[in-house]
Design a protein around this ligand. Sequence first.
Ligand code: MTE
Ligand code: MO
Length: 318
Amino acid sequence: MNDEVTPRRVYLARRTLIRGGVLGAAAVATAVLYRKLNRVSTRSVDTKSLGAVASMEGRGFRVEDPVKDALTPLASIAHYNNFYEFSTSKEGVADAAAGFVTAGWKLDVSGLVERAREFTMDDLAKLAPVEERVYRMRCVEGWSMVIPWAGIPLARLLEEVRPLPRAKFVAFETLHDAARMPGQKTSVLQWPYTEGLRLDEAMHPLTLLATGMYGRELPPQDGAPIRLVVPWKYGFKGIKSIVKVTLVEEQPDTTWNLQAPREYGFYANVNPDVDHPRWSQATERRIGEMGRRPTLPFNGYAEEVASLYKGMNLADHF
Ligand SMILES: Nc1nc2c(c(=O)[nH]1)N[C@H]1C(S)=C(S)[C@@H](COP(=O)(O)O)O[C@H]1N2
Ligand SMILES: [Mo]
């Protein structure tokens, strides 16, 4: 990965309305709890109203990020992508993925669990109310965005299948189908793209299985119909278009770690003090801004997640 392409165009800032649906008391309580504990914005989204929400864009409502960072415009999030299954050109992914068909998608969840099963997108929607989470995303290449995701906590899915005590890690796989993902005809990476988390990272309340953004379904280029979002880690941990989740005992292989182990570790926690061998990680370029801003430890989520890594040398476990 490198950051050779620096688009100079400035996108027109769009304001967006995300309308919360009718909430149950439990969903409201959860949202309030997340705001208090995690200083992140959450909001339940009524998926049935997404069409209406999309058409109301531009009326002046803005989802607030408690860290006061402005949202990255949808046009930028959806036209500056890393998704090598479609293209290695960040500006080319949206077009290359435009016809990607996700109808009939199934997510297989198995391995060291009591109740292995397959989930349709409808099954997933029934697990928990879809929440909105405004998260910063920091790519290992040194650029960042602020994205209003919609999704359900990964913990909710894992609770549903009941991990066995032996399960220590969670492995993820992207769809492997070169007829639908033309980049898989090349050998730029080993396919399928795989990722992994320690079980406690996977269970953390900030870890999201995203099905939408900006109050609508995920565009194909951002990982439709379902992708992982782990806001304190570099963007490459956020595996897209997931078809398989496996609970395992040993730390699983991950695509970028296999590709370049000295450059991309398993943990990949955002860390301004540990440089990439070929560039500094001390600062980042927020898409849409001039200049650079400092990169924060754990991407600004240290208060929530630093305790997961107590006693670990973060320079070794990068
Ligand atoms: N399957 C798959 N998932 C992937 C990638 C990829 O190439 N293939 N790229 C990763 C990288 S490097 C980043 S920064 C994010 C980008 O997500 P976005 O395009 O939605 O911003 O997706 C991650 N997930
Ligand atoms: Mo990335």
